[in-house]
Design a protein around this ligand. Structure first.
Ligand code: GDP
Ligand code: MG
Length: 584
C-alpha cells in the first residue's frame, strides 16, 4: 500500500484480536522513537500471532512494511520472505503509486494477494470508486474486503480470509536435506553478535547447532533463537515454515548480509542459496561528517551497525579539506538520508553534519579518462573536461485531471521531457516524463504534494546518463570557501542560482557578532553577494527588568542552538543549512 493507508494501525488490530497484546499502543510495531514521532514506518517488522479457526490452530507471521517510496527496498525484502500479501488501500485516497508498485512486486513473486479497502468508517471513504480501481487492476469484486483498521471492523474476517486464501509455506522437502533459511533483516546485539531475522525454508535450526552463511562462507554456532511476539520469545527449535530470529554469535558485522542464506553445513552436501533480492541502487549522494572530528571512529562504527538493519545505504571514507574525515554516502532518497542521519545521532550519539545532496555524474577528461563524480567537491577544473553526463529517470505521476496543469508546470520548471498521458483508471491519469534525476530528488515530492493537495503520487527509475552542461558554484562565507556548500548547477541558470543560494543563506545563517559577507563564485569570479548584518552584542539586553529566569532561558536556548552548529573559519553555520539551501 501507500504511506498513511493504515498498515501499522491494521497490524495493531491484528495483534489485539489474536491476543498477542491486550491493548495495542498506537502503531505498536513502529517502536523506533523516530517512527512514533514522524508517524511513519521505517523498518519492516516480523511478528508471530497464534490464530484459531474452526477449531484448528494456526501460526501467522506478519510483517508490517513502510509505504514511502524511499523505503521500497524494505518492502521487497518483506515480500521475498512471505507467501501472501494484504494490499491495503485507503478508501478516502484510492489506489496510489506505491499501491501499484508494491502490487507489481508481490505479483512478480507469485504471492497470493488479498485486496482490502480501509477506513470505511470515514464519511469521505469512496468505496465504490476505489473498488473499481482495484477491479481495473485485475481483482474480482468478491475478493475485495472492507475494513476499518481504526475501529477493528472487518479485521477478524480478514484474518479468517488470510488463513483460507494464503497458502502455508511449501518449500519444505525432507529433514535430511540441508536446513536453510533466508536472512531478510538483521541487527547487532552487543552480547549475542549479529541477530538475523530469517524465514526457514527447509529443515530446522537448533540452539547451539553449527551454521554457515553462504555468501561470506563464515561459520558460527547459534547462541539462541526464537521469534517476536512482539517482544523476543526464545525457542529451542525453528523449523521449516517458521519465521524468527537466530542469534549468530558473529561479532564481525560484514559477515551477515541481508538476502544471504544461512544453513547447517553438512560434509557431503553442496548447497543452493535461496534466491535473494535485487540489491538496491542508491540515487542520492551526500557526505556525513562527525560534528566533532574526534568522533570519526564512532561514526564509522555507527554506520556499520546501522547498515546491518538498513542495507540500502552505502558509505565510503572520504575527506574534505576544511572539515576533515567523513563518509560519502548513497541513499534511496532524501527522506532515507534524513532518517539515517537522525538514527545515527539518536541511536549512537554521534552528531553528524551533512553536505548538500547530489547525484552521480559521469565525466570524461580531455585526456579521455572516464570518472564518476558524486560530489561537487570532486568536480575538476572545467578546462580539463571533455564531457559531463548526468543520470536521467523515467518519472510517472499519478494524478486527477484537476491537478494536471499544475503538475505539468512543475515538471516544465524541472527540465522534464513530456512522454505521454494515459487514463490510468476511471478517475486518474498517469503522466510520464523523462527528467534529470537531480530535479526529482530535491524537494520535488513535497512540491508535488502541495500543488495537488496531497493527491498526486510518483514512481521513478533511473534509465540512462545524458550529456549536461554544469558549472560548479563555490560559496564563500566571510571570505572562506565552504566546501560542503559547493553545488553543481545548470550553467545557463548559474547566475540565477548563485543569487538564490546567497539570498537563502542570508535567511539561514544566524547573525554573528560581526558583519558576514556571503558570495557565490564560479571559477574565482564572484557572481552574487549578500551581507548578514551583525547582531547586537548583549542578546539579553532587550529583556528589561530583572527577570533572571527568562534571561537564563534565553541563554540556555542559545546554547542549545549552538549545538547544532559547526564552525567554518570564523562563522558558526547550522548543520541543516547544507540541505535547506537546496530547497527552491
Ligand atoms: P501506514 O503508513 O500505512 O502504516 O498508516 P498508519 O497505520 O500509520 O495510519 C495512518 C493514519 O491513518 C493514522 O492517523 C491512523 O490513525 C489513520 N487510520 C488508519 N486506519 C484507519 C481507519 O480505518 N479509519 C480511520 N478513520 N483512520 C485510520
Ligand atoms: Mg506504517
Amino acid at each position: 500500500a501507500h504511506i498513511d493507508h493504515g498498515k501499522s494501525t491494521l497490524a495493531d488490530r491484528m495483534l489485539e484480536i489474536t491476543g498477542v497484546v491486550k491493548k495495542a499502543e498506537k502503531q505498536m510495531l513502529d517502536d523506533m522513537e523516530l517512527e512514533q514521532e514522524r508517524g511513519i514506518t521505517i523498518k519492516l517488522k516480523a511478528v508471530r500471532m497464534p490464530f484459531e479457526k474452526d477449531g484448528e490452530k494456526y501460526e501467522l507471521n506478519i510483517i508490517d512494511t513502510p509505504g514511502h517510496v524511499d523505503f521500497g527496498y524494505e518492502v521487497s525484502r518483506a515480500l521475498a520472505a512471505c507467501e501472501g500479501a494484504v494490499l491495503l488501500v485507503d478508501a478516502t485516497q484510492g489506489v496510489q503509486a506505491q499501491t501499484i508498485v508494491n502490487y507489481e512486486k508481490a505479483k512478480a513473486l507469485n504471492l497470493k494477494i488479498i485486496p482490502v479497502l480501509n477506513k470505511i468508517d470515514l464519511a469521505s471513504a469512496q468505496v465504490e470508486e476505489t473498488m473499481f480501481q482495484l477491479i481495473d487492476m485485475g481483482f474480482n469484486e468478491d475478493e475485495i474486503l472492507m475494513i476499518s483498521a481504526k475501529t477493528g471492523r472487518g479485521v477478524k474476517d480478514l484474518l479468517n480470509d488470510i488463513v483460507d486464501r494464503i497458502p502455508p509455506p511449501n518449500t519444505c522437502t525432507s529433514l535430511t536435506d540441508t536446513s536453510k533459511a533466508l536472512v531478510f533483516d538483521s541487527y547487532y546485539d552487543e552480547f549475542r553478535g549479529v541477530i538475523a531475522f530469517v524465514n526457514v525454508v527447509n529443515g530446522e535450526f537448533k540452539t547451539n547447532s553449527e551454521i554457515e552463511l553462504f555468501a561470506s562462507k563464515t561459520k558460527s554456532r547459534i547462541v539462541d533463537l526464537g521469534y517476536l511476539s512482539p517482544g523476543e520469545v526464545k525457542e529451542k527449535v525453528l523449523s521449516c515454515g517458521e519465521v524468527g530470529f537466530i542469534a549468530t554469535g558473529l561479532k564481525d558485522i560484514s559477515n551477515v548480509r541481508v538476502g544471504d542464506t544461512i544453513f547447517v553445513p553438512k560434509e557431503d552436501k553442496s548447497i543452493e542459496p535461496i534466491s535473494g533480492y535485487k540489491e538496491p541502487v542508491p540515487v542520492v549522494f551526500l557526505s556525513f561528517y562527525p560534528a566533532d572530528s574526534s568522533d570519526y571512529l564512532k561514526l564509522r562504527e555507527a554506520m556499520e551497525k546501522l547498515n546491518l538493519s538498513d542495507a540500502a545505504f552505502t558509505f565510503q571514507p572520504e575527506s574534505i579539506g576544511a572539515i576533515g574525515k567523513g563518509f560519502r554516502c548513497g541513499f534511496l532518497g532524501l527522506l532515507h538520508a534524513d532518517i539515517v542521519q537522525e538514527r545515527i545521532e539518536r541511536e549512537f550519539g554521534v552528531e553528524v553534519i551533512t553536505t548538500s545532496p547530489s547525484v552521480r555524474y559521469e565525466i570524461v577528461t580531455t585526456k579521455g579518462v572516464k570518472k564518476i563524480i558524486n560530489s561537487a567537491t570532486e568536480f575538476p577544473d572545467p578546462t580539463t573536461l571533455k564531457e559531463v553526463k548526468e543520470p536521467w529517470a523515467k518519472l510517472d505521476i499519478y494524478t486527477t485531471a484537476k491537478y494536471m496543469s499544475a503538475v505539468m508546470d512543475l515538471c516544465k520548471s524541472r527540465r522534464a521531457i513530456y512522454i505521454g498521458t494515459d487514463q490510468f483508471d476511471a478517475t486518474r491519469v498517469r503522466v510520464s516524463y523523462e527528467i534529470p534525476l537531480i530535479e526529482i530528488i530535491i524537494d520535488f515530492y513535497d512540491k508535488l504534494k502541495s500543488i495537488s493537495s496531497g493527491y498526486a503520487s510518483i514512481d521513478y527509475e533511473v534509465i540512462d546518463y545524458r550529456p549536461t552542461n554544469v558549472a560548479k558554484i563555490d560559496i564563500l562565507v566571510a571570505g572562506d570557501v565552504i566546501a560542503p556548500l559547493s553545488q553543481l548547477v545548470q550553467r545557463e541558470n548559474a547566475q540565477q542560482e548563485g543569487k538564490r543560494i546567497v539570498a537563502k543563506l542570508k535567511e539561514l545563517i544566524p547573525r554573528q557578532q560581526f558583519k558576514v559577507s556571503l558570495q557565490a563564485a564560479i571559477g574565482g569570479k564572484i557572481i552574487a553577494r549578500e551581507n548578514i548584518s551583525p547582531v547586537r552584542k548583549d542578546v539579553t539586553g532587550h529583556l528589561y527588568g530583572g527577570d533572571v529566569t527568562r534571561k537564563m532561558k534565553l541563554l540556555e536556548k542559545q546554547k542549545k542552538g549552538k549545538k547544532r552548529m559547526k564552525r567554518f573559519g570564523k562563522v558558526d553555520i547550522p548543520q541543516n543549512v547544507f540541505w535547506k539551501v537546496m530547497e527552491r
